[in-house]
Design a protein around this ligand. Structure first.
Ligand code: FEO
Ligand code: CA
Ligand code: CA
Ligand code: CA
Length: 627
């Protein structure tokens, strides 16, 4: 058995032998279109590996209203909010006076998770899929939130969801959007089907859908996942903000955030968002939704076996025996880390339709993580009848366990975490890295524990999980804190952290490229940027990390008021794609429509308002990005 050795100089790795690459992981890479990517493996096999990257860090001082990349790199906007899906430029005016119907045919707002799908043999073109996480009504409408109307709600519902478009390489470097038949928008009104144990359950039935199997739309789409069979998983995160309940919410509604605030006022003009009138509509969101980018006529599928909570992302890998494993964080203060393990196995040798493999996500076990203070951990099965998930405790059946996954995890005894965001799985050794962005309530509303050990955790940390025997299908694991974020020059000791290399706080996006570079993206809230422990950080940023030595290096600084999120790489590793979300966000609830460019005018001051966008990044010399 070939063993891969980690460098003995690595101060953070306690066991120097990691399990061999399972065949299935190689197949996973190939299935995602990332072929020939194992050639950098010798760096892992030798005793003195080269550094994974050699770009010159972007200086902290270069915080401006633009995208700053290392010298020798170029970037361009590929697809901004309001652009047409065929790459022919903006389809909205700079004053945002476009209609709901027009918005439904254009890229949405607030880009988040994303992925590039290419086929073997055509690595120079493919499909680009990006989430549109939420809205700023101050920016979306010419008069902002000064008034509400059915047209404005329809426009908002058309500006969220997911975009699919064709993309191809450019002779000048990077990629561009191109015309093609599969380009489409998936919005808050697109019909979706429901599968798994929740499909047809009483809690999912509504007057408009008495069968409980067909939901209109997906929204609050935060991060994502890519399956080995070539589909996209979009994750419904802060869906509660779109619903309104005038009277007191019941226990389960309150547990996931239903209240009478309803920032987006959808219920004023679309009664399905009034949870007093339509209580079960609320249960039809908070899921992982599978989209087949290559089949425009197949409805997205809400996969209920993966549980209902505020899914940040859905990171897919394979267990040693080929079962499909999906890691997912629930991003709220004190919420949990979950993983789903399929009952059946993925076998790429079987030539069957992609829709066949999607069913793997319908049968299996949802687990939630309990992290003991001694560095050990256990995946607790959220299975009806086990772990006190019984009728006496409010769980009538397995579907109820999944629909009320947060309560089920409370009952089972999961460990409350500091806002689990993206989860990244190392492409070779299977280590699992979890971004815990921050948690102002730690030590106040919830107790300190060893995995979340800083009171009022303002800067966040990265947790590392090592599954037993390196098998993603294991039910036990070990964990350690990989890095505590912070500014080493911060006034207060608890804000300094222990980062090696360049510093940051509030990690959110976290993703391994096929070479094993851990890309880390920050989302410091706009009311925190430039203040207190973030005094030296006025813009959000992206870093490369070599997990073997734990050193972070600043690769990119975003424009004013944006977060950096979403990441993908081309099959030849020469183009990196990221999303710039909400440039120009103000610390207030919404932008003032009279001054949309008060904070930022990125990417084009002449356009009239800032716009979220997918961008691509490449090297002037055409070599691989990052190295
Ligand atoms: Fe949508 Fe937790 O970031
Ligand atoms: Ca996020
Ligand atoms: Ca975020
Ligand atoms: Ca944000």
């Amino acid at each position: 058995m070939k063993r891969i050795r980690l460098p003995s100089s690595n101060p953070v790795v306690t066991n120097d032998v990691v399990p061999p690459l399972p065949l299935s992981r190689r197949q996973l890479l190939a299935g995602a279109g990332a072929i020939a990517l194992l050639r950098s493996m010798p760096a892992w096999a030798g005793d003195a590996p080269d550094a994974l990257f050699s770009f010159k860090a972007v200086p902290l001082s270069e915080q401006a209203d633009t995208v700053v990349v290392p010298s020798g790199y170029r970037w361009r906007v590929m697809a901004a909010w309001g652009d047409r899906l065929d790459g022919s430029g903006a389809g909205m005016p700079g004053d945002a006076s476009h209609s709901a119907t027009q918005q439904a045919a254009l890229f949405g707002m607030h880009h988040d998770g994303c992925a590039l799908f290419t086929e073997p043999g055509t690595p120079d073109r493919g499909l680009w899929v990006t989430n549109h996480e939420y809205l700023d009504d101050g920016l979306l409408h010419r008069d902002g939130a000064a008034s509400w109307s059915a047209e404005k709600v329809a426009k908002a519902q058309a500006a969220v969801g997911v975009s699919v478009c064709h993309v191809k390489t450019r002779a000048e470097g990077g990629w561009q959007v191109a015309p093609g038949p599969l380009a489409r928008r998936i919005t808050a009104t697109t019909p979706c089907s429901v599968s798994g144990p929740g499909a047809g359950h009483a809690l999912l039935k509504t007057a408009a859908d008495p069968a409980g199997q067909r939901v209109l739309g997906t929204f609050a789409n935060c991060a994502m996942g890519v399956t080995p069979w070539g589909t996209y998983l979009t994750c419904e995160e802060n869906f509660d903000r779109y619903f309104f309940k005038g009277e007191k919410p019941n226990r389960e509604e309150a547990r996931i955030g239903l209240d009478d605030k309803a920032l987006f006022r959808w219920h004023d003009h679309d009664p399905r968002f009034d949870a007093g009138q339509h209580p079960n509509e609320f249960n039809r969101f908070g899921w992982v939704v599978e989209i087949d980018p290559h089949q425009a006529d197949v409805a997205p599928v809400k996969r209920t076996a993966l549980g209902r909570f505020k899914h940040e992302g859905a990171t897919v890998t394979l267990a040693r025996d080929g079962r499909v494993v999906v890691y997912s964080g629930d991003d709220q203060r004190g919420e949990y880390v979950y993983k789903f393990v399929s009952r059946d196995r993925y076998d790429p040798r079987l030539k069957v339709a992609r829709s066949h493999w999607g069913r793997l996500l319908d049968e299996g076990t949802l687990f939630v993580a309990r992290l003991a203070d001694d560095g050990s951990g256990e995946w607790l099965p959220l299975v009806w009848g086990e772990n006190r998930l019984t009728p006496e405790n409010g769980f009538a059946d397995q579907a109820t366990v999944l629909i009320h996954a947060r309560s089920a995890a409370d009952t089972a005894g999961a460990t409350p975490m500091d806002r689990p965001e993206w989860i990244a799985v190392h492409p070779v050794n299977g280590e699992v890295y979890v971004a815990l962005t921050n948690n102002s309530e730690r030590g106040k509303k919830m107790a300190i524990n060893a995995a979340n050990r800083r009171p009022e955790n303002a800067m966040g940390h990265l947790l590392r999980i090592r599954e037993n025997a390196g098998d993603a299908g294991a039910t036990r694991f070990g964990w350690d804190v990989f890095a505590e974020a912070g500014d080493p020059m911060a006034e207060r000791a608890e804000h300094r952290g222990d980062l090696k290399g360049d510093w940051f706080g509030s990690p959110d996006g976290l993703w391994f490229d096929p070479r094993g570079i851990l890309w880390t993206q920050t989302d410091v809230a706009s009311d925190k940027l430039g203040k207190g422990p973030y005094a030296r950080m006025t813009n959000n940023m992206m870093f490369a990390c070599d997990p073997r030595n734990g050193v972070f290096r600043r690769f990119l600084i975003g424009p004013k008021g944006c977060e950096i999120t979403g990441i993908a790489i081309s099959p030849d590793l020469r183009t990196l794609f990221i999303n710039i979300q909400h440039p120009g966000e103000s610390p207030t609830e919404r932008l003032d429509p009279a001054k949309p460019m008060a904070v930022s005018s990125w990417p084009d001051p002449a356009f009239g308002r800032p716009r979220s966008a997918s961008i691509c990044i490449w090297r002037e010399d055409g070599a691989e990005v990052g190295v």
